[in-house]
Design a protein. Structure first.
Length: 383
């Protein structure tokens, strides 16, 4: 069975709506004398309740046989047409262990590729997002890679443009990735943005891998989970997939509508084939409830995926993302790295300096940090 916990605002009867979901999202309708015939296809309202604030909840169980094992048919069943009926929010989703498509790398695979196993990984974002030539990408890559950055990605809003296609960027950057490996002994990953229609994205991914790409950046909520599932299962696209949360706010940002981030960026990404999931952080520049963020990170880690907190991350904020002895995270910084007063390479070094001080239980503040990249970062962005 597939179990979904729905939430309703005050004034909505959760028992009534739960029964509407259970029937309407499965068999639709039937005569009373046909109930037994359609029983195996019919959803069941298992629980309904109202809390002290008047908010309702309904737990509905759906037969797994009603869907075809993918995320698209799942979403049509559990929310689909009913999403047009009024306020309703999916709070949690319990799927069978083998449901959907699983990523082929996860955090362990990404660590294996990069050779970084004993600390958090540091990821950067090419900036400016648009307007750079392929040669500009290569120059930035060389600077941050030689300084010790583990991964870098395109901005999600950087599709194929006449001035810079994904293929031209990979062709310009592949020799630099090889140069970094020879110089440092590390394999740096570059997650290149896939764009276009579904069939084009799959073909593009194959061509990019042939050209030397070693990771993909995909926005599954915007382009469709079926694209993510296809990329994660095709034998010719076997590379780590970094899933971006673009459009997540439109589906999960309201307290009364849509899908909770723990489901949208957690459960669906896990069963849709992602290896690493980017998400907003309460310590950064995009709003998310700290408890939701913590639950999301735990869910991703427990499933073997790489949690990638993003947006507003800078060296002085590092303690907010690290627990003692727990390095199961990829820290993703854009302006907090690329806009360092001394340049992107100094931005990378500032993150490494911050990590070393954290290991020694030393504070990250402008009065105690010695002069260098980290202190300059703290003077600009705080701690």
């Amino acid at each position: 069975m597939i179990r979904v916990l729905y939430g309703f605002p005050p004034g909505v009867n959760p028992e009534k709506q739960g029964r509407m979901l259970a029937i309407g999202q499965t068999v639709g309708s039937f005569r009373p004398d046909e109930a037994r015939r359609f029983e195996s296809w019919t959803g069941v309202l298992e629980e309904a309740s109202v809390d002290a604030n008047g908010r309702g909840r309904a737990l509905v169980a759906y037969p797994s046989a009603n869907v075809s094992g993918d995320i698209g048919s799942l979403l049509v069943m559990i929310l689909g047409k009913y999403s047009l009926a009024g306020p309703v929010r999916i709070l949690s989703l319990d799927l069978p262990e083998g449901y959907g498509t699983r990523g082929r790398f996860g955090l362990a695979g990404i660590r294996e590729l990069t050779g970084v196993r004993d600390r958090p990984l540091f990821m950067g974002i090419f900036k400016p997002a648009l307007g750079l030539s392929p040669e500009d990408f290569a120059a930035i890559l060389r600077e941050v890679g030689m300084a010790g950055l583990d991964l870098i990605k395109d901005d999600e809003i950087c599709p194929d443009t006449p001035a810079s296609t994904a293929l031209s960027r990979v062709r310009a950057c592949r020799p630099v990735l090889d140069e970094i490996r020879r110089a440092t002994g590390r394999e740096m990953l570059y997650a290149v943005t896939l764009s276009g229609g579904a069939s084009r994205m799959l073909d593009q991914a194959r061509r990019l891998r042939e050209a030397g790409a070693n990771a993909y950046l995909v926005s599954p909520i915007a382009c469709g989970f079926s694209v993510l599932e296809s990329l994660a299962s095709d034998p010719d696209t076997r590379l780590p997939i970094f899933a971006h949360p673009a459009m997540a706010g439109a589906l999960g940002g309201s307290p009364d509508y849509g899908i909770d981030y723990r489901v949208l960026l957690g459960t669906l990404m896990i069963h849709g084939g992602a290896d690493a999931v980017l998400y907003p952080t309460a310590a950064g520049s995009l709003p998310i409830d700290p408890g939701v963020e913590a639950d999301l990170r735990r869910l991703l880690v427990a499933s073997g995926l790489a949690p990638v907190p993003s947006a507003g991350i800078h060296p002085g904020a590092l303690p907010k993302f690290l627990s003692p002895g727990d390095h199961r995270v990829i820290l993703n910084a854009g302006t907090g790295l690329m806009d360092h007063p001394q340049g992107p390479a100094a931005g990378v070094r500032a993150f490494h300096e911050a990590l070393e001080l954290i290991k020694k239980s030393q504070p990250l503040d402008r009065d105690s940090v010695p002069e260098g990249p980290l202190r300059q970062a703290i003077l600009k962005w705080g701690s």
